[in-house]
Design a binder for this molecule. Sequence first.
Ligand SMILES: NC(=O)C1=CN([C@@H]2O[C@H](COP(=O)(O)OP(=O)(O)OC[C@H]3O[C@@H](n4cnc5c(N)ncnc54)[C@H](OP(=O)(O)O)[C@@H]3O)[C@@H](O)[C@H]2O)C=CC1
Ligand SMILES: O=C(O)C1=N[C@H](C(=O)O)C[C@H](O)C1
Length: 249
Amino acid sequence: MTESPIRVGVLGARGRMGATVVQAVEGAEDLRLVAALDAGEDLAGLGDAQVVVDFTHPDAVMGSLRHLIGHGVHAVVGTTGFTEQRLAELRGLLAAKPELGVLIAPNFALGAVLAMRFATQAARFYPSAEVVELHHNRKADAPSGTAAHTARMIGAARAEAGLAPGPDATTSEVDGARGAEIDGVRVHSVRLPGLVAHEEIMFGGEGETLTIRHDSIDRSSFMPGVLLGVRTVVSRPGLTVGLENVLDL
Ligand SMILES: NC(=O)C1=CN([C@@H]2O[C@H](COP(=O)(O)OP(=O)(O)OC[C@H]3O[C@@H](n4cnc5c(N)ncnc54)[C@H](OP(=O)(O)O)[C@@H]3O)[C@@H](O)[C@H]2O)C=CC1
Ligand SMILES: O=C(O)C1=N[C@H](C(=O)O)C[C@H](O)C1
C-alpha cells in the first residue's frame, strides 16, 4: 500500500523563497500543498497541514511558530533571526509536545552546509578567520543567518582548540570597517543587486590563506534541503538547528 502524501503548508508563499517552495512542493509526488499563506492572512487558513514551511521575516517567525507548536504542526524554518533566547523558548514549548518536530536551518543549500562543515574542520589550524557574506540588496537582515551560524561554529572550534584571538594590529578604524564580531570571528556583509546568496570563509596563517566559498546562484539550490527537511521533520521530534544534523555530517 502506498503512503499518503505529507500535507504541507507554506508561510511567506508570495516571497522569493516561499514561491519557490510552493513550486517544489507541488512538483513532489509524496507531498501535497494544502495551504499557501502570506502576510496578513489568518493562520487558520493552514487547515489540516501536517508540516508548515516558513520563509517569512525575522519579526514574524516566532509568532507563527508559537501557533504551529500550539496546534501540533511540525515546522521547517528557513527564516533567519534566531537568537539563543528564541531557541530556548522553542525548546520550552516543544517540551510539552514530545511528538512534534521543528527544524530550523540558516541555509538549506547542500554546498553551504558543507562549506560550514569544512570551515569548522579548518578552524583549529589557523590563527585567524573572517567571514564575508554577499547577498542581493533586498535582504532584510545583516549579517546573514548563515554567516552568523558559520561564525559561531568557527568560534566554538577555536575555543575548543584553545586558540587566542587572531593577531590584528588595527588601532584606528572607521566604525564598521572591521565588520561585526560574532564569537570572536569578524563577519562582513556586502549587499548588491545581481547577487543571490554567497559566502566566503577565509583563514590566514603563516605564509598562506585558505578560502572556502559557496555560491547559491539560484533559489532552486535550497529546494532539495527544504524537501528533505519536510520529509524528515515528521519523524524527528524536538528542535533541530542546522541541516548538517539531518544530513548527519
Ligand atoms: N534558510 C535558507 O536556506 C534561506 C533562508 N532565507 C531567509 O528566508 C527569509 C525570507 O527570505 P525571502 O523569501 O528572500 O524574503 P521575501 O521578503 O521575498 O519573502 C518573505 C515573504 O513573507 C511574507 N511575510 C511576512 N510576514 C509574514 C507572516 N507573518 N506570515 C506570512 N507571510 C509573511 C512577506 O510579505 P510582505 O512582503 O508583504 O511583508 C513576503 O511575501 C529571510 O529571513 C531569509 O534570510 C532565504 C533564503 C534561503
Ligand atoms: O535572504 C537570503 O537571501 C538568504 N538568507 C539566508 C541567510 O541569511 O543566511 C540563507 C541564504 O544566505 C539566503
